[in-house]
Each structure stands twice: as C-alpha cells, then as structure tokens.
Design a protein around this ligand. Sequence first.
Ligand code: HEC
Length: 117
Amino acid sequence: MKLIRLILALLSVSALFSFTYSDKGQQKLEIKDIVLTNADVVWANNQWKGITLQDLKSGQDVFNNRCHKCHGLKNPHKFTTEKLQKVIPKMAIRAKLDKQQEDLVLKFMLTVGRPNA
Ligand code: HEC
C-alpha cells in the first residue's frame, strides 16, 4: 500500500512539473512588451551620445500607442536600418507624430531591432 501511495505521489508531482513546463513554453513575448535593458542603452549611446533609458522608453511609448492603428505593431527585427530610416518618416506623418516623437520612435526601433539584440 505504501508503495502505491508513493507511486501516486510521484506521478502527480511529475504531472505538475510537466504542466508548469509546457505552460512556460507557450508564453510569447509580444512586441508591445519588449523590455529595454542596460545593453540597449549602452548600444544606443554609441550611436547617439547622451540618449537615456527614459528616451528609449518614450520612443517605446509612442511606438506602442501610435503605431498599431492601421496595422499591427511591426517587429523592429524584421527591417534593416536603411529601411527604417526611409519608412519611419512616412509613418510619422501617417501617425501625426511631431519631430521629437518621430526621432524617438526611430531610435527605439533601431535599438531593439539591431542585429543580435
Ligand atoms: C494611418 C495609418 C498608419 C499608421 C498610423 C502607421 N502606419 Fe505603418 N504602414 C501603414 C501602411 C498603409 C503601410 C503599408 C502596408 C503595410 O505594410 O501594412 C505601413 C507599413 C509599415 C511598415 C512596413 C513597411 C514595409 O515596406 O514593409 C512599417 C515598418 C511601419 N508601417 C511602421 C509604422 C510605425 C513605426 C508607425 C508608428 C510611428 C506606423 N507604422 C504607423 C499605415 C500606417
């Protein structure tokens, strides 16, 4: 009897583990939930001296709030630097951004979309 109880206990523990594990495997990071890191700030500072985490976050806010109305949020990883530099000014007009918002969105997208980021 003890052995059976032990086996049942082990089975339920392993079921719990595999449930937790597969649940984690299904979590997807959505584009709106990109988490800015220190590495992002360091990289950005090499491109644009003096840019802060707050600047990148402001760019992300504009991106999250203003860039999903006509199409879903575009994945910054899917576009080259050249492409973004060409497209974002056009999108800024469409999204009615001011120059500063446009600048911050572009820098945010270039930073999080850089190769190996
Ligand atoms: C008023 C509508 C509108 C808004 C607002 C808008 N877009 Fe677009 N966007 C479009 C259309 C139309 C296209 C072209 C069709 C497509 O690729 O979905 C496009 C395409 C794009 C592309 C892909 C270009 C390509 O050739 O594949 C990117 C990247 C993009 N938008 C980013 C943004 C960003 C970033 C913002 C916010 C600053 C934004 N869009 C806001 C309408 C909009």
